[in-house]
Design a protein around this ligand. Sequence first.
Ligand code: CO
Length: 133
Amino acid sequence: MQKKIEHIGIAVKDLEASNLLYAKLLNRPHYKIEVVPSEGVKTSFFKMGDSKIELLQATSLDSPIAKFIDKRGEGVHHLAFAVDDIESEMERLKAAGFQFIHEVPKPGADGKKIAFLHPKSSGGVLIELCQDL
Ligand code: CO
């Protein structure tokens, strides 16, 4: 089951500048910075009650975030839904006709197991499923 919006991912060009912007906006500092080499990103997180904002900066030119910013500029990149059992939820969604970018879950930022749905099959919205490790 998809329980809640775990976080909203936002693509940024300059993580340091965006950390300052979001700290001002939310009136609190980020609580964590983490590099995820497999995704080619450097992330930072802000708590928003039970949910989070994840800022994503590319760490290489071929990072998915670099490609996204080239095409669409900075802004909302994905929605992440928390699930209890990512494998069974992926099975259910595949059976319902959804496509995944990752066929099997992989390690994500902030202690999660993640998989992205292909936005072609989810109405143009990039959706991440994530489960606590
Ligand atoms: Co995310």
